[in-house]
Ligand binder design. Structure first.
Ligand SMILES: NC(=O)c1ccc[n+]([C@@H]2O[C@H](COP(=O)([O-])OP(=O)(O)OC[C@H]3O[C@@H](n4cnc5c(N)ncnc54)[C@H](OP(=O)(O)O)[C@@H]3O)[C@@H](O)[C@H]2O)c1
Length: 289
């Protein structure tokens, strides 16, 4: 039995979909009565990272866990009771969704969590993906659709954006196949591209022109503040764009194709595959690949 945490979120939902039919599944939900749109076979169980009383029932009979750090959980030490509960429940492996470069940025909460997992006695695998392509839906959708803009203080830096569906497939393999214990995988997309390239691809596929604007970092932060975005979100995004501007987010690795047995999806394929999300209502259709 595999427990999927964050199963209403971006990656957990995709991991549950990848595991569906391959292993008995249990979906960890703060509200197990909700999430009616989760079209995945599996038990639903109440689970709250902030409520240790929910750990025992959720972990009973579980052998593998897909573990993520919800964005609001900043303290690595907060994971210790859950890791102890996993050990006590007889969990054999945990796949943790970390972040690319976590090993060299000790200030990130992800590295602190990785260290605690490594010291927990569980067989671990760290998945360290680069920036998700799906950020263009969650973070940039309105700018692209309504203003024809990609707005990010990333300069001319490139990122090896990765498709969450490929990350999910990697997680499913790690949790259902042997040979991945005590390893960390850097999961990247197939190529490193800049926002200028991304704007060109959006222009080709969403039916209107999309331009890349490069605000300065202070202007970006001021804009986020005016738009009443939470400060923690703005700072995390500023960190991601700064890493890209400094050239730290480029570069690809062979880990993902090796894990999933095929080339990961390209940014163009991703954009073309769900281009309706960025189209203006009533606008012309874009090209397809
Ligand atoms: N975006 C990127 O480019 C990127 C790249 C690499 C790594 N990451 C990492 O990915 C992680 C986020 O993963 P994601 O994008 O899948 O998250 P997400 O879409 O923001 O979803 C968060 C999930 O966690 C659940 N959750 C939140 N608080 C909870 C609690 N107290 N107890 C139980 N469940 C709780 C939410 O459930 P509810 O429905 O109940 O709220 C939701 O299912 C972060 O650690 C981030 O650093 C992101």
């Amino acid at each position: 039995m595999i427990l999927v945490t964050g199963s209403t979120g971006l990656t957990g939902r995709a991991v549950a979909r990848s595991l569906d039919g391959r292993a008995p599944l249990r979906l960890a939900l703060r509200n197990p009565g909700g999430a009616a749109d989760l079209a995945v076979r599996g038990e639903r169980v109440r689970f709250d990272f902030d409520d240790p009383a929910s750990f025992g029932p959720a972990l009973s009979g579980v052998t593998g866990v897909y573990l993520l750090r919800p964005p609001a959980m900043a303290r690595p030490a907060a994971f210790e009771p859950l890791l102890a509960a996993m050990r006590a429940a007889g969990v054999r492996r945990v796949a943790f969704l970390s972040v690319r470069g976590a090993e060299s940025i000790p200030l990130l909460p992800h590295r602190g969590i990785e260290r605690r997992i490594e010291g927990s006695g569980l067989a671990w695998t760290h998945l360290r993906p680069s920036d998700f392509m799906q950020n263009f839906e969650t973070v940039h959708r309105a700018d692209i659709r309504d203003r024809g803009e990609l707005w990010a203080p990333a300069g001319g830096g490139r990122a090896s954006w990765v498709d969450v569906r490929d990350v999910a497939e990697a997680a499913a393999r790690v949790l259902t196949e042997e040979g991945h214990a005590y390893r960390a995988y850097a999961l990247t997309g197939p190529e490193a591209l800049g926002f200028e390239d991304a704007a060109r691809l959006f222009s080709a596929h969403v039916g209107h022109e999309v331009c890349y604007r490069r605000p300065s970092l202070p202007r970006y932060l001021w804009h986020q503040h005016r738009a009443r975005r939470p400060a923690a979100f703005a700072l995390v995004m500023a960190g991601i764009y700064t890493a890209q501007r400094l050239g730290l987010a480029a570069g690809t690795t062979p880990d993902l194709p090796r894990l999933i047995g095929r080339a990961p999806g390209s940014l163009e394929r991703y954009i073309a595959g769900c281009s309706h999300q960025w189209r203006k209502p009533g606008g012309p259709a874009g090209a397809t690949v």
